[in-house]
Design a protein around this ligand. Structure first.
Ligand code: TRP
Length: 848
């Protein structure tokens, strides 16, 4: 009751028992009736800051900036009341009265208006303490901040109020605002709709601007909540101060200008938007796509052509429009002649025509001619084509009338109150009306009106787009709707092709922090920045991303690898020593080698009776040539796709043929050595090295290798394997040795034989004779050893297919080495120098 005390200074008991009304807050419009409802409208945009000293009587409120739009709303309330009074169906035997006050769009003045509504104009009206309330309900207020204050004042008296424009979600709290109703949807739906709009147009980087009031605060809060978990990030949040401050506004504009967020969502109303937009336009900034909240998306103040370059393309959710058939006519009846004493009408004329209708006034405007007539062009006032807020006012009045009607229809004994009682028609308590309001359900022009438990109404919005009309001014075009009663996901319906965007563009503006990452890359978060700002990191090789804006690159399945763009997995390349250029070269060489060996064989066979062939142990030579042919040929097993057979064959064939070859050479060396040592008297080495023994030696030496190979094949045979380790983008088909011990044993054995040959041949190299074979054997073994020593490191460090190539190469090289060193000199003599092919010459005894 503090507030009431503020205005009624209760006199000490000794003075008088009457209340003295201290205030002089005059209503804008009044009409008497059986039941009076209050109306509070922001007939002015703002007011001069009041002196809030509270120790003396407050000075009269001084408001600035007449708002024709709110004036229209007030007129709509009057029209509705008049319609109801004329109606023979609704409240036939009763009349409605009203008291309409101005809140100047300011909470404190709204509070004063609320008190004035309660109190009546003079002490005579102050009957509230004795009988029923002089006031049944209040229609108001516009801004949520004001509604909150008004609601708090009305609460103790349990007077219901219906707001036509207060959408703040905070007002849905029935415990805090038990008597509050509204005919506008709760902002929770609006922020949901805006969030869906942002997501829909891929605006992931947006700025938020709001006014300094409950509406802005809760809406931004709600929007942030809705945006959580979506891909939309907020670039900045700014607040236009309650008391407009140019400096601060410039700071905000600077933020808007420098940000890469081109979409700005604004929760604000004309009051603060007007000066802000003026400053904004002065800066000549373009390219901002405004998303307007319902509070200003249909504000006709901004329809002037000067606004279009800056505000054209604005999109937002407007409250549902309706049709009031008599509104236009009714508004036209208002003129200074009809209301000579009304200050508000005077102000309306001043605002619309820029002239002063009364001569007495102290205004600086020129006097009006009296011929001025209201036309559609005065859109701020006369815009009646699609009333939205005015329609809400209209619905609110009808809601009260219908409730009252229902209340009066109550049959005693079957009423809703205690003991089934009804309200007394001459003494209706406001809370009784509230009961009926809560229950009311009626139709206006086909639209059903009712309130839910929280006093809210159906969530339905039009999507409004600001487009250029004829004459350069702005037109509010309906481009879709949001129906909150539809199941999730189907609420938003947009006709995208009809939208004109900021800058008179038909393409959807882009507002992102970072452009999306193409397939083949992934988002890489930037430290300390919102998730919408990211870099694009190309996927590593072996990983792909096939969608734009992938968060992660995914590994390709086994046997697959990423393509060059990292957008798809392709089967890995399979590599082995195939019949490509290298393979063919090796094949040809080995075949040539084999043919050459056979040719030598043929030459030797043809000349088998010449001394050079006979002397050098022809049988062993043929063995060696046979073994060499095999050596050349076993190189072929290394070429081609490895199979389990070829793998097993590879090393075994090669090792056995080489062993055979080396055994023969060893045998030969031994024979040479024995032959010469036997020449010395008393020795009989040759006896031990007859052809039979030679065969045994060859056989047994080779057998060792055969045994090793057999053991290898039985225990851990080589097998084909896929090597993905060496190069991850390829599958290398190779033969796994199965047992490396066996592999190195085999090689080691060959090495051992070679070394033995070398040592023995080395010992025999100085022995006499023109054709001492030991020299050639030494030489061949040197080459052989060199080749295989070089082979080992090369083999170890080469991957799969190249290791095979290296091995084939070593086989060919050493085979050729043996072939040339052992047989070239003899062939030379046989074919080119047959005269030297004599025993004498060969024994070196010729010259003697
Ligand atoms: N829906 C807004 C609200 O609830 C509408 C509004 C009217 C408004 N007057 C305002 C918003 C003044 C901000 C300031 O508040």
């Amino acid at each position: 009751m503090m507030m009431v005390l503020e205005l009624f200074v209760s006199p000490p008991p000794s003075v008088a028992r009457v209340c003295m009304l201290q205030n002089s807050f005059q209503p804008g419009f009044v009409a008497n009736g059986d039941y009076v409802i209050g109306g509070i409208f922001p007939l002015h945009y703002n007011q001069e800051m009041p002196d809030l000293n509270c120790t003396y009587r407050p000075t009269p409120v001084k408001c600035n900036g007449f708002d024709p739009r709110a004036f229209r709303w007030a007129q709509t309330m009057r029209l509705a009341v008049e319609e109801i009074n004329q109606s023979t169906e609704l409240l036939p035997n009763y009349t409605l009265g009203y008291k309409i006050f101005d809140s100047c769009a300011y909470p404190l003045t709204g509070q004063r208006a609320a008190l004035a509504v309660l109190n009546g104009q003079s002490e005579d009206d102050t009957v509230m303490c004795s009988s029923a309330s002089p006031l049944l309900a209040v229609i108001g207020e516009s801004g949520s901040a004001q509604s909150i204050v008004v609601s708090r004042i009305l609460q103790p008296f349990r007077i219901p109020m219906i707001s036509y424009f207060s959408s703040c979600a905070c007002l849905s709290d029935r415990r805090k605002y038990p008597t509050f109703f509204r005919v506008i949807p709760n902002d929770d739906y609006q922020v949901k709709a805006i969030a869906q709009l942002l997501v829909r147009f891929n605006w992931t980087w947006v700025g938020l601007v709001r006014g300094d009031h409950e509406y802005g605060r809760f809406a931004v809060h709600g929007l942030l909540r809705e945006l959580q978990g979506t891909k939309v990030c907020v670039a900045y949040q700014e607040m236009i101060p309650l008391l407009y401050d140019h400096q601060r506004a410039m700071e905000i504009i600077q933020v808007m200008r420098s940000s890469s967020a081109k979409v700005v969502v604004v929760f604000s109303a004309e009051g603060e938007m007007t000066p802000f937009l003026r400053d904004y336009m002065m800066q000549n900034i373009t390219g901002i796509q405004w998303v307007a909240s319902e509070a200003w998306v249909t504000a006709s103040v901004f329809t002037g052509s000067e606004y279009y370059p800056y505000l054209g393309g604005t999109i937002g959710f407007g409250i549902r429009r309706g049709h009031i058939s008599r509104l236009s006519d009714y508004l036209q009846t208002v003129n200074p002649q009809m209301y000579p004493s009304s200050l508000l009408v005077k102000e309306l004329w001043e605002a619309l025509y820029g002239c002063s209708p009364s001569l007495s006034s102290a205004s600086k405007l020129p006097p009006c001619s009296g011929q001025e007539s209201l036309l559609e062009q005065h859109s701020a006032y006369m815009n009646t084509s699609s009333p939205r807020v005015a329609y809400n006012v209209y619905k609110a009045v009808y809601a009260i009338a219908h409730s009252l009607h229902n209340l009066l229809l109550c049959q005693p004994g079957s009423g809703p109150f205690q003991n089934n009682s009804c309200a007394q028609s001459n003494n209706i308590e406001p809370w009784q009306l509230q009961y009926y309001l809560q229950e009311v359900i009626f139709n206006i022009a086909g639209e059903e009106v009712n309130f839910d438990v929280k006093g809210d109404s159906v969530p339905y919005y039009d999507i409004i787009n600001w487009q250029r009309g004829t004459g350069g001014n702005t037109e509010f075009v309906n481009v879709g709707l949001f129906d909150g009663t539809k199941p999730a996901g189907e609420e938003l319906v947009i006709q995208e092709d009809r939208i004109i965007w900021a800058g008179h563009q038909s393409e959807v503006p882009v507002s992102v922090c970072s452009a999306s990452c193409p397939p083949g890359s992934r988002k890489a978060a930037r430290r300390g920045e919102p998730v919408c700002c990211f870099d694009c990191a190309p996927c590593d090789s072996g990983k792909i991303s096939n969608q734009t804006n992938s968060i992660e690159c995914t590994f390709c399945p086994e046997d697959f690898w990423s393509n060059k763009d990292r957008t798809a997995c392709i089967p890995k390349k399979v590599e082995f020593l195939a019949y490509d250029s290298l393979g063919i070269a090796l094949t040809v060489t080995s075949v040539v080698g084999a043919c050459l060996t056979l040719a030598v064989f043929a030459v030797f066979f043809y000349h088998r009776n010449t001394p050079i062939v006979r002397m050098n142990n022809s049988e062993l030579s043929f063995f060696i040539l046979f073994a060499l042919t095999l050596c050349f040929l076993c190189c072929l097993v290394f070429i081609g796709e490895p199979t389990s057979w070829s793998c097993m064959l590879r090393h075994t064939a090669f090792s056995i043929t080489f062993s055979l070859c080396l055994s023969c050479i060893l045998g030969k060396t031994l024979v040479v050595l024995a032959a010469f040592t036997a020449a010395r008297p008393g020795d009989n080495m040759m006896k031990w090295l007859g052809p039979k023994q030679q065969r045994v030696i060859i056989f047994s030496c080779t057998l060792v290798q055969v045994v090793i190979c057999a053991a290898w094949l039985i225990d851990a045979p080589p097998f084909p394997s896929r090597n993905t380790q060496y190069e991850r983008s390829k599958i290398i088909l190779e033969c796994s040795v199965g047992s490396s011990l066996a592999f190195w044993c085999v090689l080691g054995y060959i090495g051992l034989q070679a070394c033995l040959c070398f040592v023995l041949a080395f010992l025999a190299r100085k022995l006499p004779g023109n054709f001492n074979e030991a020299k050639f054997i030494t030489f061949s073994m040197l080459i052989f050893c060199a080749v295989w020593l070089a082979f080992i490191p090369a083999y170890i460090s080469s991957p799969g297919n190249y290791a095979d190539a290296v091995e084939s190469f070593a086989i060919l090289a050493s085979s050729f080495g043996l072939l040339f060193c052992l047989f070239a000199p003899k062939c030379y003599i046989i074919l080119l120098k047959p005269e030297k092919n004599t025993k004498q010459h060969l024994m070196g005894k010729e010259k003697k």
